[in-house]
Design a protein around this ligand. Structure first.
Ligand code: G3P
Length: 217
């Protein structure tokens, strides 16, 4: 399973990238706003740092304008994935932009039928939002399961990019189900390393090392 980082914060991306944890990056207008950076500048910086796909989202809502914005974003670097909302216009723009050889990430997916349409429109990635479904007492993981089943039933090559990940359990469940990619905020990725028994075991080892006066260098 690939790890994308869901942020536009360069320092956070660089830290995880140095550990080989970054297969790609996803951004959206809210994350760009949070970074306080210019979208074109910060996206270029991310693309220079990371080899994998970097999703940059359009803000137009009408197909022709989305295509124009998508082409402008795609010019930033070869590893741009143009991010389009899952609307009828977004699907039209997806068909055109993928036809021109661009990677497209169709975002704001909340149903398996929407995911089916995105695959038929040639999307490179589909982004089902787990956390936002959980927020309204629906089951985000069930959506990932349904999309996995449907894509496997028909051999769709669109990659399932589990998004709106809020917890380490979302990552684990996405891996169990077989999502192709997860995109998670840096703090969730770092939390994957935590276990209380690791901390407890280390404490004992360090105490015993001190008691026995163990030295390595
Ligand atoms: O990748 C989509 C993600 O940024 C949305 O996450 O937590 O705002 O629902 P969230």
């Amino acid at each position: 399973m690939k790890f994308f980082v869901d942020t536009a914060e360069i320092d956070a991306i660089a830290e995880l990238h140095a550990l080989g944890m970054v297969d790609g990056v996803t951004t959206n207008p809210s994350l760009i706003k949070k970074s306080g950076r210019d979208i074109l500048e910060v996206t270029k910086e991310i693309c220079d740092l990371v080899d994998g796909p970097v999703s940059a989202e359009v803000i137009a809502t009408e197909a022709d304008a989305m295509i124009t914005e998508g082409r402008a974003l795609a010019k930033i670097a070869d590893n741009i994935a143009v991010k389009l909302p899952l609307t009828w216009d977004g699907l039209k723009a997806c068909k055109v932009l993928t036809g021109e050889g661009n990677m497209v990430n169709v975002t704001l997916c909340f149903s398996a039928n929407q995911a089916l349409l995105a695959a038929k429109a040639g999307a490179t990635f589909i982004s089902p939002f787990i956390g936002r479904l959980d927020d309204i007492n629906l089951d985000g993981m069930e959506l990932i399961e349904d999309i996995r089943t449907i894509y496997d039933n028909f051999g769709f090559e669109t990659q399932i990019l589990a998004a709106s990940i809020r917890s380490v359990n979302h990552v684990l469940d996405s891996a169990r189900i077989g999502a192709d990619v997860i995109t998670a905020p840096p703090d969730v990725i770092k939390k994957l390393a935590l276990h209380p028994l690791t901390d407890k075991g280390l404490e004992t080892f360090l105490k015993d090392a001190a008691d026995a006066d163990i030295k390595i260098v």
